[in-house]
Design a protein around this ligand. Sequence first.
Ligand SMILES: [Zn+2]
Length: 863
Amino acid sequence: MSFAYTFATDSLVRWQIFRNFAAKNVQQTMSIRFRLLTFLLCLTVIGSTAQRRSTRTTQRKATPQASQTTQSLKAGVTKELAAERSRIISHVNYDLTFNIPASQKQVVTGTAVITFLLSELTDVVLDFQGTFSGACIINGKQRTVTYQKEHIVLPMKQLKEGLNTVALTFTSANSALNRHDDYLYTLFVPDHARSCFPCFDQPDLRALFTTKLNVPDGWKTMTSDSENPLPTYLYSFVAGRFQEKKSQRDGRLMRALFLETDPKKTAQLDHIFDEAGNALRWMETYTGLKCPFKEYGMVILPGYQFGGMEHPGAIQMNDRRLLLGENPSQEEQLRRTELIAHETAHLWFGDMVSLKWFEDVWTKEVFANFMAAKITRRQFTKVDHDLNFIKTYQARALAIDRTEGTHPIAQSLTNQNEAAMLYDNIIYDKAPVMMRMLEQMMGAKSMQAGLQKYLRNYYFKNASWDDLIETLDREAPTVGIRQMSEVWVKQKGMPTIQSVYRDGKLVVSQHDPYGRGLCWRQKFDIRIINDLGRSRTITVDMQQPTMSFDIGPAPSYIIPNYNGSGYGRFTLDDVYTRKLPQRLIVTRDDLQRYALLLTLHDNYLMGLIPASYFGELYRDMMKEKNPLIMQTCVDHMFKIAFDLTPRERQTLEQCMMDLLSENRSDECRRTIIRKMSRHATAPEVVQQIYDLWKNHNDRLFDEHDYMEMAYRLAIMRPEEWQQIIVKEREYLSNDLLRQEFDYVSRACTPNGNAQRQLFNELLKPENRKQEPWALHVIELLNADVREPQSNAYIPSSLASLEYLQQTSDIFFTSDWLQALLSGHKSEEASRQVEQFLKKNPNLRPQLRNKILEAAWPLMNIRR
Ligand SMILES: [Zn+2]
């Protein structure tokens, strides 16, 4: 136990003492709580009038003494406001009561007793977007305060230096409550706690929470209340008619709330607890710190907007990612382990040490993913994990980094109400690639030692990326970590790395596509193969823009980024590029074959490799055994087919189905059928899917697979669409599936007016509560075969982006754009995007980037 650790623990103990001290104060307030409630609830009824009136009167009085902060008050939480508050406020406690009615139509009301230490006397601003009467009790006295621009202003003359207590009642806004019939769950990341209750909604004002939930009879609840202070974005509660399962792992209570009724699925909970237990043990060993949260609670939610969210004690998980079908693919099992490991790793990276300000959100995500990769490695011993790492992170990061919509890993944020725009594959997927390079450069042991120090230094505190870099740099001072961070983290894009043969030399050069002359330091291998099949590997430690190696006579093949450890676009001379696809079938090693697949695909996208490369992919698939490679291979084959004319595409679809008789593995069959279930256009292939669906007895496919087939078949056979939908519905085994199916299958209607109406409905937030379902509808409305009429959704979607972003959760806007555009390939669609961008030069840069990113395949299609 280090000094820093002891000190940090002492500081927490002090906080607990403060809470107990505050509790006395609170109890006093509590005793008048009943009176207060009756009094304040009366006011809430006439809330809006009272609010307006009180605003006017108090403003008049308060203005002369108002601090600079309150004078320049803006909606949201600005960086200045956050900095000022974290300077003067500390030791925050929220004692919260929520009254949750059974009916969604009735509002959720609550009482908050907030205590905090104030080090300097000034107006204090609380964030709140719900309804509040203006009446509150400040330090035991009834007061009326100002409410302006989403803030409650507590005037300095009613406060004191030291401990302050504020008690008030309020009505929560519904926006982050995720209310459904019979249950609700709060999801406050990044800045939605303030929509539910008055608070200091910034990550570096950590607080202790105590929650009381008044719920209908028979409802179960779970909260993230803990003995450790948490940022508001990590606070959560859920309540509803959930099922519950409890168990113990290593003496820790594991608890799950769920709605799933399929016994085959709920039987998986024991396995899920095991996986969570494994992840906890692994993290405790790696970090040298015990998990500081007593209970491991999770809530499994249908139609959940994310994969998971790490509220300690009440981790939310997406049911489809967690509860798998009867015969899950290796990929599905891997992704489930990664998800559990990701959320568990957050208990240390994110919950124990949190970000200071949301522009550093990627620092918690990078560690969650980086640790998840290590934990998963231990559990799947037969999987090639280097390959899985490249597939999971590198391939997805490249997909954004090659577009004009890319941006640096580190982004800046002036107001927290824009924080949602920071999230995408660059922070989730490029950051782990960078972190792995950092680990390779400093060594795994010294990285681990650095991270242990970091966690102890900032134990239940907040830290920025620069704080981390400083800790790691001290651990390995000769590695040049800061310089690496400057390029990889703070600058956008990736290098083009060209390998050419010149007069006995292999010349490897890096180019910065944005002309800034940057050099992305990294190590990768290049394989040289000569006529006689003799080969050698050159390891390039790229520290300068150009490096050359003596290799003698011209080789037959040059294979860049041989083991996939490099990151960028790897190109060759034309003559070597043309020969490169021949290497796919003869590359035996899975990792090397996968790395080659990515290089080939990138060169295909750049127009350097012709569509006939489909043949090499086909030959590889005939023999391919690795399910991770199969999926990528099939994706790349389909991309080539998609780019060709409708007739050529149909031929290639049939070729892909022919593969089923060449490669008879389950994984091959599952991968190809799943792809075709969503995309088939060839009448023969549609018929094959139809027959499979009609029989409904292939155990390789789960209920969602059959639902997917039904959607596609209904779209492809408009004359039969209703029968298909009715028939599929009869097969569904439970209400949750029927709800989802009824919602999504509306998109299959062949009626143009009904389609348009459905699209317009989805623009309204109340019609897209289950975001993944809504995105599925958008995807089906924009199915490839629905051009050109589906082109009409492009301009209206783009014009609504700002609104969509304001009324949805963090990934929704990007995902909407993907669902909207991925099926389009017409020049008209491409023109619509271009025109929108031209006509809206003042669009917020992050939104522009999201459009450029999602539209890249459409605008770069090889017509
Ligand atoms: Zn995460």
